[in-house]
Design a protein around this ligand. Sequence first.
Ligand SMILES: [Zn+2]
Ligand SMILES: [Zn+2]
Length: 582
Amino acid sequence: MARGGDARGTDRPDPTDWVTRAADDAIRHAGGEDAVRAEGRTITCASGASPSGPVHLGNLREFLTVHFVAEEIRRRGLPVRHLHSWDDYDRFRKVPAGVDPSWADHIGRPLSAVPDPWECHASWAEHFKEPLVASLRAMGVEMEEVSQTEAYRRGDYVEQVLQAVAHRDRIETILGRYRTKAAPVAESEQEAAALADSVLEDDEATGAGDGNGSGDLARFPYKPYCRGCGRDTTTATAYDDESADLAYTCTSCGFEGVTNLRTDHEGKLVWKVDWPMRWSVEGVDFEPGGVDHASPGSSYTVGKEVVKAVYGARAPSFVGYSFVGAGGQVKMSSSRGGVPTAADALKILEAPVLRWLYVRRQPKQAFNVDFGPEVVRLYDEWDSLTRKAADPAKRDAQVLAYERASSTAAAGTLPTPPVVVPFRLLSSVADVTAGSAELVSRIVGDVGHEHDSVADLEPRLSRAMTWMSEYVPETERTTVRSEPDTARLAALDEDEELWLRQLLDRMPDRLELDETTALIYGVPKLARGLGLDDAPTDEVKADQKAFFRLLYELLVDAERGPRLPTLFLALGAEKVRSLLTP
Ligand SMILES: [Zn+2]
Ligand SMILES: [Zn+2]
């Protein structure tokens, strides 16, 4: 039985729990609990993501890391918000496989200005935002969303943009220092890769690779989108600090023009200035990032200095998180297509189970969300933790993670099935019957999991059925024979004939789980002159093995399969009889 979020209000925080520690840091950043209360401050925990493609399970960590920390702060009774920035004013970088190559024309335009190739949303950005927001809602994650396109175009950041431009020399000094530092210090391959990325980020961000611009304009921290073609392929040619007029030319369309940074709102700060600018505007107290964001010379390290030098503010407390993969694949890149998203995972995992995968591990630990046979073990583990959490005497870090996973302050306990049936059983019954939810529900009831209706088994039942039909390979699924294997039945040896005869003689027309189990295990005992309830001898054990293999062969044409009693109940006595009768 899961319990609500407020049940653990007075517990002492566990020092090994990363959420507790990150929440402590965020509160400290905000000036401490007393100051927060006295000043009526709202603590800001921020996430950010670029809606450039499907938001995969690795990106999901950005959202959930912030969510869990904000929840912990909320549970301590402090005002807190989860602020999410959609970086939809970022440029469209490349056309992914499967999209009309003519979309290359949009490269360099903001994601919010690129049309939706699938024609179901207002823009490229909206196409990828919507499914993620829906999944997050299903997971109990609520956030205050900000579109960077809207914020920039409204002029929300005008003062900060002007401030950055006025401090461009200092910014360049900071960025330049890391740029020259970056090359020689890599100690590991991973670090080297991260450094290479961050150098690239710099060069791209500031237009250094363009070979255009000169003097102090070469690395101007603000990039306008071209008024002629909408792309960011612009090069600053002159800037007047007095009027804030920025003259530029566009290498794509040849447009030459002037944008006024005070009044026109047609561009954005480069990433390494943009991020710290938002920390200062929004008063961010906590923000996580991929581990590569925290390496020397990367955006967080640089941003930390920029926010101080330009805005006189302090960088938020930070947690670096590692990759989340799917199946056997450890690193997923946002630019690659076909990677599983939160919506995919929610088709087979109950929302609390998916949350649990993220909350139970330190952010620095990489892990995989497995869509294969691990799913069954994961549910078993979750069910056993659920039982443990129901016992007030057993309170530890695992139970704390369970509670964080299973409920939120606003939504309370997230949906779990009223009647908990092992995923293992649901999926194997779904496998054998290949039938409707009603049929699965009836058989599950027959094997001892009493319930009133299909709804009692949801949301787990449909996930088990989906997993079986969409994630278990055809070769692993059970195929029940449609006709008896007459050749095999004609070639039974003496033992086999005896076993089958004793089984069929004693099998009732209506099967009950315990009785059927005793009979299947008992037949080889009877054949050796023992009683059904006698303990098996070594000989009997060997016979049982051979008998079970025979049953699988005759029923499902395989060497193994779902547990035999389940299989019998799923098939029903009549079908079993028809397949086993010589
Ligand atoms: Zn769409
Ligand atoms: Zn242009």
